[in-house]
Design a protein around this ligand. Sequence first.
Ligand SMILES: Cc1cc2nc3c(=O)[nH]c(=O)nc-3n(C[C@H](O)[C@H](O)[C@H](O)COP(=O)(O)OP(=O)(O)OC[C@H]3O[C@@H](n4cnc5c(N)ncnc54)[C@H](O)[C@@H]3O)c2cc1C
Length: 403
Amino acid sequence: MASTEVNEPGLSAESKELLGAVKKFAEEDVRPAGIELDRLDNPEDVIAEGSIFWAVHDKYRQLGIGGIQMDPSMDAQEKALLNARISETLGWGDAGLAVSLGVAGFQRFFAPMTGDPELIQRFASPDSTAIGCWAVTEPDHGSDSLAFSEEHFADPEIKANCVAKQDGDEWVINGQKSAWVSNGTIADVASLFCTIEGDGGFRKGGVAVVPLDLPGVSKGKTLDKLGQRPLPQGEIYFDNVRIPSKWMAVGQDGYPFTIEMVLAMANAFMGSTFSGLARAAFELALDYAKERVQGGVAIIEHQSVKGRLFNMFRKVEAATSLSRRTHLIGSVAGVAPPVQFSIASKTFCTQTAFEVASDALQIFGGNGLTREYPIEKILRDARASMIEDGCNEVLSIVGSSKL
Ligand SMILES: Cc1cc2nc3c(=O)[nH]c(=O)nc-3n(C[C@H](O)[C@H](O)[C@H](O)COP(=O)(O)OP(=O)(O)OC[C@H]3O[C@@H](n4cnc5c(N)ncnc54)[C@H](O)[C@@H]3O)c2cc1C
């Protein structure tokens, strides 16, 4: 397969070696597994014992990518660029699996904030194999729970589906998170973004680290959906679930800042993951156009196909540049890039991924519509990204509040 990546500056020999290992993993493991898992009729089979899904998670852990975040010796800019390029590469392999692998480490950020050595050891130590999730969306609140810049965010009349209440030195959690929680059906621990009982609305929320083997926790079935089918998603229910006070890693005062920062981090990673998907679609179309003969010549010889391919190429390059720059801005800004930059990257790269995948399908002609070729799956995966981690329209409203 054609590779359209160039040797860009900014990475040490060691980082390049790691990135090479990630590319090999994406090509030899992630992409074939994604195709196999996408074809399963029953989404429960994705996470069944013996499924290739688990082998992908195991191999990812062995690559030691999680350790990069903890490495204080690595230059911050190089770390940012390496992070961007790793998520691009995984998105190039399979976007749904890339999201599952990325979100699996979510608790590593919040568990240390609890100050509880046992919880930290269990969920954030280098050898922890726990799988995490980001549980924010609720059945009645998708955009509502993310659009922190809007008036409704502080409206006490809008009632959350998942609420924590203080009871002595414990929190009691009741309610549910929606079927859209990535890794929801397999997670060992949730970074739970919940509302705290009172009259502060979503703004007065909190982030609790909740082990999902506690009494009162139950899970739904794996969601059956159009795109990113290798990514298991499902509800988490809380019935009088009790946690010690200190496991509420972020309280009401810190919540507005935290939701903004987490959205900024997540959207930066979404940008790079889907610029990677866009590149995959482009490369597949380029290869096909060189092989498919019509009118006695390879279709790449036809002017309109040539023009379409170049149009795809420039969009992929623009998405790649923007998503890498966003991570670099984050390395100077602190924990995450300013949210409007991350949102610009997420909305642009996911839109680009969808457009490039659609153009790729056109180049494949009728073959593009069949499940024998990888393009229809890539198009479905890209389509989901325009809703994932916030609908692009709503994210744009949040981003513009910062201009
Ligand atoms: C692949 C995937 C992975 C996901 N992973 C996670 C996860 O890990 N954790 C998690 O908690 N959630 C996750 N989600 C959920 C995702 O964040 C929500 O789907 C998203 O926020 C939109 O919410 P909704 O689906 O309820 O749509 P709604 O909020 O109901 O929106 C429906 C429509 O109304 C529009 N709309 C809503 N409000 C406004 C407004 N104020 N102005 C203009 N238009 C508006 C939207 O743009 C959209 O077109 C995931 C979703 C997908 C698709």
